[in-house]
Structures are given as C-alpha cells and as structure tokens.
Design a protein around this ligand. Sequence first.
Ligand code: NAD
Length: 368
Amino acid sequence: MANPTLLILPGDGIGPEVMDQVTRIIDWFGAKRDLTFDVETDLVGGAAYDKHGTPLHDDTMAKALEADAVLLGAVGGPKYDDLDFSVKPERGLLRLRKEMDLFSNLRPAQCFDALADFSSLKKDVVAGLDIMIVRELTSGVYFGEPRGIFEEGNERVGINTQRYTESEIDRVARSAFELARRRNNKVCSMEKANVMESGILWREVVQRVHDADYPDVELSHMYADNGAMQLVRAPKQFDVILTDNLFGDILSDCAAMLTGSLGMLPSASLGAPNADGRPKALYEPVHGSAPDITGQGKANPIACILSFAMALRYSFDQGDEATRLEQAVEKVLADGARTADLMGPEDGTPLSTTEMGDAILAALDASL
Ligand code: NAD
C-alpha cells in the first residue's frame, strides 16, 4: 500500500523551529515503528508572500487538497503588519480552511499532571483533565446574512445573523459523535435553545442524529452560559463538548486556559470525508508565530508535536502510536523537562526547543 501523504507548512516566526522537532519525530516513527509518510514541505503565510507575492500559492492549495493531512506551524509577524488585507499571512490560513471546507474544529484541553500548577484553577479541579471541544467553524453568526451597519431612523444599527441549516448541524454533530466513540463516549451539546430559534433547531437536529445513528453515545444538552460556568467549576464532568461557531470560539479559549501554557495546545480542523473515508484535515498548534522569541531557541515545540499526535489518531488511524507520543510528552514533563514558557524566573535553566525535542525522542526510544 502507498504511504500516507503529509503536507507540512512550517510558516513564519517560530513555526519552522517547532516544526523541525516534529520532523525529527516523524523520522523516528519511520525508523522505529515502520510508519512512513510521504512528506512534502511548502510555504504558507509571510514566507509564501516573500517568494510568490501571495500567502498561499495555488499549487500549495492543490497539494493541500490532495494530501491525507496538512500540518501547519504558524503564520504572521510584524514584518507583514502593513500589507494589504488581501495578502496578509492570515489569509493563507483562511483560504486553506475555506477551500478544504473544514467545518469541525477540535480543540482538546488536556492538563498534564506535572503542569497542573500552571492553571488558574485549583490543582485538584484540573489535574488529569482531558476534554475536547468540537466547534462548528464555517457557519453561524460570523457568516450569516444579513450583516452590516445600517441607517435606521436617526441612528445606525449593527446587524449579524445567527444562521444554521439542518445539514450544517447534522455534519458537525456526526463529527462529535464519531470522536466521542474514540474517547469516553459522551457528548454534551451547548446552545441557547431557551432564547434562540437557531438553538432550538440545533438541539433538535443533534438529538435526531444521535437517536438515528449514535444511540450508544451518551448525549446531554446544556445552555452555553451554564456550560461556561461548568467549565470553570468542574471541567472534568465533560468528555466531548459540541457547540456552534460563536459559543465555540469563547468556550474553547476558556477551556484552553484551564491547562496553562499556549505552548502546549494542539488543534485539528476536519472536513468532509474523502473517497477513502478519511476527512480532509488540517492540524496546527493554537499559538501564533511568537515574534518576541523567534530565532532564540526558546519556543516550546509540544503544541506542534501534539498536533501531529492528533493527525496520527484522526487521519491515520494510529491511535496507539498517538498515545505513545502523548505519553512520551507526559513522561518528559513528569521528569521535570521544561521550556521557558513552563517555568518561573527562579526555576533554573530552561530547555531549548531542540533539547525538548531530544527529551521526547529519548522518551519515545524508552517506550519500545
Ligand atoms: P502568539 O501566540 O504568537 O504569542 C503570544 C505569547 O505566547 C508570546 O509571548 C509568545 O512568545 C508566547 N508563545 C506562543 N507560542 C509559544 C510557544 N510555542 N512556546 C513558547 N512561548 C510561546 O500570539 P501573538 O503575539 O498575539 O501573535 C503573533 C503573530 O502570530 C501575529 O502576527 C498573529 O497574527 C499571528 N497569529 C497566528 C496564528 C496562527 O498561525 N494560527 C494564531 C495566533 C496569532
């Protein structure tokens, strides 16, 4: 069988630095686990603009549509701040999301025990936390029409429209149920069905999809404002949280901060399944290009490494190998390995980006 294909887009700032460590790990899986990918590397964001005058060349877009998965580092930086909106680095990322039709955004919030002190919540509330937020990414109030600022009588009115079709709710609900089956089999769907018609429809369709095709998954519904409270009160009650674009934007940022550092947070965005049943998929750390530490060897590569672990699990059906990689990360943290973002000023000398990569590779070796 042909090797699975992976398109790597390191991007700007610390993107290439953290991606170098992922590349070492990909090579390790090839050498030690007989798991070989056909990897191609290309440009995105400012790096693509510098070479092609566009943040995403059409050839790169075509490769992304062909690949089994895309792994992206980060885009942007001060050098590009004054560019016209149409060619800003972020437009490259938005084009990828749009043309790959990535409607399901997965943001795990996982708290490694060794880092529980970094959370703003009490240690016992977050230690061992492992939840996943599934956010609808391509519809809802950020896209609904009519939208704009209009004259009304002697004043102006700002309008956005929350709009969801049944099929849009149906497909993201399926994505959450499928995911729950690979985890602890629980979905909590969040909307505001008490005050919004779009929320009533959301609840109905989620329940219908559940009853028809996923009765084995435990489903509950919660109003999103209560969900926000529950996330900071007792986050471990959740497994998969399913929600729309607007509530998901807010709830996923809230959940992310339960776990401490931006340098630890991976994400995945999934689209419709290809002919082979695998969804189109883009994996990327949640953090940006971190211009303040670029080129200094200070970046934490773990968010990008855990994004690759998500690719192993959700694009390549390698759940055991994903777990192996996640456990290697957990082990190095438990052993005290820290990059600068995971330390206080009094905590000694941090590991460099490459040294953190070395430590994770050593833990992978030890796992054999
Ligand atoms: P940022 O995430 O780049 O950085 C915020 C802070 O977190 C900085 O102090 C940075 O040093 C630190 N940080 C981030 N990632 C880290 C890591 N892996 N290890 C250690 N420390 C890390 O956000 P920002 O400063 O608001 O944005 C910088 C640039 O990145 C901007 O051009 C922005 O548009 C872009 N951006 C891109 C993405 C993306 O590519 N998906 C996301 C957010 C921001």
